[in-house]
Design a protein around this ligand. Structure first.
Ligand SMILES: [Zn+2]
Length: 80
């Protein structure tokens, strides 16, 4: 089995990651949500920080986080 780290890959304009990250609003203490199943990252780069944004539903404060994507490829079968 061979595994490779992907360091350069063109990801699409609408890259959905399929998970939800919860954090706490620094202003009012409510739970805030970054829903990457519903909201996409636009042309994210592998190995670099991509900024994501959400708004607290209770107080309206804007929140930002940075996401760094990593990707691997694995050769699972050698046919022929
Ligand atoms: Zn808040």
């Amino acid at each position: 089995m061979k595994r490779f780290d992907i360091t350069n890959c063109d990801l699409p304009k609408r890259t959905y990651l399929g998970f939800i990250y919860h954090s706490e609003c620094s202003e009012c203490g409510s739970v805030i949500e970054f829903d990457f199943d519903r909201d996409y990252l636009s042309y994210p780069s592998i190995g670099e920080n991509t900024k994501a944004y959400t708004v607290c539903n209770d107080c309206g404060k804007e929140h930002f986080i940075f996401i760094k994507l990593s990707m691997q490829a694995e050769i699972t079968e050698n046919e022929g």
